[in-house]
Design a protein around this ligand. Structure first.
Ligand code: CA
Ligand code: CA
Length: 89
C-alpha cells in the first residue's frame, strides 16, 4: 500500500538504473519542535505562539491542510492529538 505524505520536500525522480544516495528525515506530523514527540507540551506552546502572532509559522503548522498556517483548526487538531482523541497523519 502506498500513502502519499506531504513532506514539504521537493519531489525526487529516480530513473531505473540510476544510483541515488539521499539523507532524508521524515517529519512526524504535529512535532513542531522536532524532538520526536508529536503534540507534546512544547508543540502546543509553539502552535499557540504561531496562532497569536508571536512566532512565524511554517508549513508544519498547517495540520488540517487547508493552506492557512496555525489557524483555529490546526490549534484544535494539535490539542485533540495531545489529549489522545485523534492521531495526526
Ligand atoms: Ca514535539
Ligand atoms: Ca490550517
Amino acid at each position: 500500500m502506498y500513502q502519499n505524505y506531504d513532506s514539504g520536500l521537493p519531489t525526487i525522480t529516480v530513473n531505473i538504473g540510476d544510483a541515488l544516495t539521499e539523507n532524508i528525515m521524515l517529519w512526524l506530523k504535529g512535532d513542531l519542535n522536532l524532538n520526536g514527540e508529536p503534540a507534546d507540551s512544547d508543540d502546543l506552546k509553539m502552535m499557540e505562539y504561531a496562532a497569536t502572532g508571536r512566532l512565524i509559522p511554517n508549513w508544519k503548522f498547517n495540520l488540517n491542510g487547508n493552506g492557512d498556517l496555525a489557524d483555529a483548526g490546526d490549534v484544535l487538531m494539535l490539542e485533540e492529538a495531545a489529549a489522545g482523541k485523534i492521531e495526526l497523519w
